[in-house]
Write a protein that binds this ligand. Sequence first.
Ligand code: 26M
Length: 817
Amino acid sequence: AWKKFSATEFKTKDEFESEVVKHIETTLARSLFNCDEAAAYGGVALAFRDRLVIEWNRTQQRQSSADPKRVYYLSLEFLMGRALDNAMLNVGMKDVAKEGLGELGFRMEDVISQERDAALGNGGLGRLAACFLDSLATLNYPAWGYALRYKYGIFKQEIVDGYQVEVPDYWLDFNPWEFPRHDVTVDVQFYGHVRKYMDESGKQISVWEDGELVTAVAYDAPIPGFGTRTTNNLRLWSSKASHGEFDFTKFNSGEYEASVAEQQRAETISAVLYPNDSLERGKELRLKQQYFWCAASLFDIVRRFKKSRKAWKEFPNQVAIQLNDTHPTLAIPELMRILLDQEGLEWDEAWSIVQKTFGYTNHTVLPEALEKWSVPLVQHLLPRHLQIIYDINLNFMHYVERNFPKDREMLGRVSIIEESTPKMVRMAYLAVIGSHKVNGVAELHSDLIKTTIFKDFVKIYGPDKFTNVTNGITPRRWLHQANPRLSELIASKLGGYDFLRDLTLLHKIEAYVDDKEFRKEFQEIKYANKVRLAKYTKEAHGISVNPSSLFDIQVKRIHEYKRQQLNIFGVIYRYLELKDMSPEERKKVQPRVSFFGGKAAPGYWMAKTIIHLINQVGAVVNNDKDIGDLLKVVFLEDYNVSKAEIICPASDISEHISTAGTEASGTSNMKFVLNGGLVIGTCDGANIEITREIGEDNIFLFGNLSEDVEDLRHAHTYSGDFAIDPKLERVFAVIRAGRFGDAAQFSALVNSIVEHGDYYLVSDDFASYIDTQKLIDAAYKDQEAWLTKTITSVSRMGFFSSDRCIDEYAEMIWNVE
Ligand code: 26M
């Protein structure tokens, strides 16, 4: 353990125990006689929360008086996972707590696992935001996260008869980490119309009137840093009807249902996280969520700025706002509206403030995932914002026209308004135009946005507006918490836990790559982590897996571009090969377990079909007596952050096999390598930089390159002689023959490749995927060489700390210290 601030930590285990008991008996009003693990969790969480709150208040007071430039991270998603273990790490004294809990008759792991995940996100984008909050606090940046307090997080996934079933995730039953601030509210307006008039001086004034009001109530959660006193704030907005509990006129006249209905309509805004990456688009409620959150957050930010009584031109020196994808883009016209209509600034001054304030992070180049909102919908819901967007666009069009008089086509291409029926607002273009910096999330991705979706904007603004910040992960959660034994082993060699604050120090463990003792322990830890996952697999799914097998894991949202179908087709091919072998030949085979996990968007049929196929293959393979331990297929239900903490340390190989150029970065690739697993991957996203850091001998790359994708797709459609890879054809033949259940269920999946152009290049990459898996089998047989690769890789992963990302954002984009 490492000593930090003595003021807030527990002095003794007796002190800890008495506080836990006090909270159980008073705050929770439970008797110690029927104290179960849930109550114990409550008591421990509240005891640590007390300590956190003290540092939180102090941090906020320090920041209020110093009034430095603050960073505001606007993200509709924060995939926080559990908070208790992290709180214990940051407050310190986990070992004292563990001892105290033991005396009370509880095991620490059991108590920690009582907590429900805060699952306010879909996947990588939301988890990145959570890692960033951890790093911002750890590096002492004065920073706030802003999001919505969804009543329901991402749905829970159940697998019923091999199919995904969605179950609501009501997570707020008992949440000791949030603090309602009933005194911090903002009234947010919707609908209505705009009245324009001239004032005495002849200036045009716009008034947005006759709308509906909904109240935003702040709920705050403390975000402690590691090894520092800084505890930042995550502010979540909850919606409620603006006139208090009920509409009393309606209530008094007996219209109970109508008055309650209005209340519910308001509460619907923050009710549920949208579980789609893009398919359920154009929904009015989603746009309402976005504006509600942007308006409340900006009001709050402006209110804080105004306390300092500084001039408006100082705003960008006091405030940096980062837009996590295009979801918060309405913050741009909203800040314009505040500055123009409420503060009376002139357009040019307001626009210059806005551009200096915002930065925009892009997370995908997939065209189907780029947000657009219909002009009639924006007009209806936010009439004043639509005018401002049109004015922004008009100024921009003039600018482009002046600078590129010869390129008349360009105007239509870069216009914020797409001239379709109905017209659409292109949110990514608005975000680019309203920000001073735009960044991608890995080198390849940042290059791609400059040559594809934002090509014209590079011509217009020059290349310096566009930059790269390669994603990272917090080593506190993804090394120390998820893999305490590995963290301890590293600490024992480096003389302490400084590497958790400066991950580049990991390079020093490369010196132990030939150290017998170190190697033995490193290998034992990996084995123990595999045993832990095997145990979980048995408990949760009733499937026995041998921890000595090669553990092959692909966990991430299910998407065609991420190519879980390539993986499962490869598994089927492996199965067919095993079936063809004699018992003698089978003895030479490297046993393997293929783990899958991930949620499909509820309306994404192809993704759901992939899940179904994985489960059907598992049902056949796992019960085939010829196969035994040589191959097992496991679909891990309801993949989430807390499960990732068990899964990531347990891989030998993890799969990051997206079609080249489609996965912006990926972040689980970093988690797996940091925990001593190797990667099979395509030359995509952060895989490329991982290869650069750890060396190409330590990663299994395969498949076509990003620059070849366009030509290959073209050839599929137009060359006429597009032939499916023969090995893959063999897989399709057995699927068609009904080996994994009714073939009709899988025909759309097979046909997307055979008949519909194989957009994701599954067939093109299949042979090289299979060959590379064979290389992996062979490499794994040499356990010593394998171990050397894993240790070397871990030691070279320092670059991928989210602390490094945050320092890059701070310097290149936010200009904060
Ligand atoms: C939706 C439907 C069909 C096909 C694709 C999508 C879709 C893909 C990406 C929708 C949104 C997408 O982008 C948002 C996102 O979550 N991006 C992820 O951001 C992470 C953090 O930067 C990266 O690590 C991931 O590579 C990137 O996919």
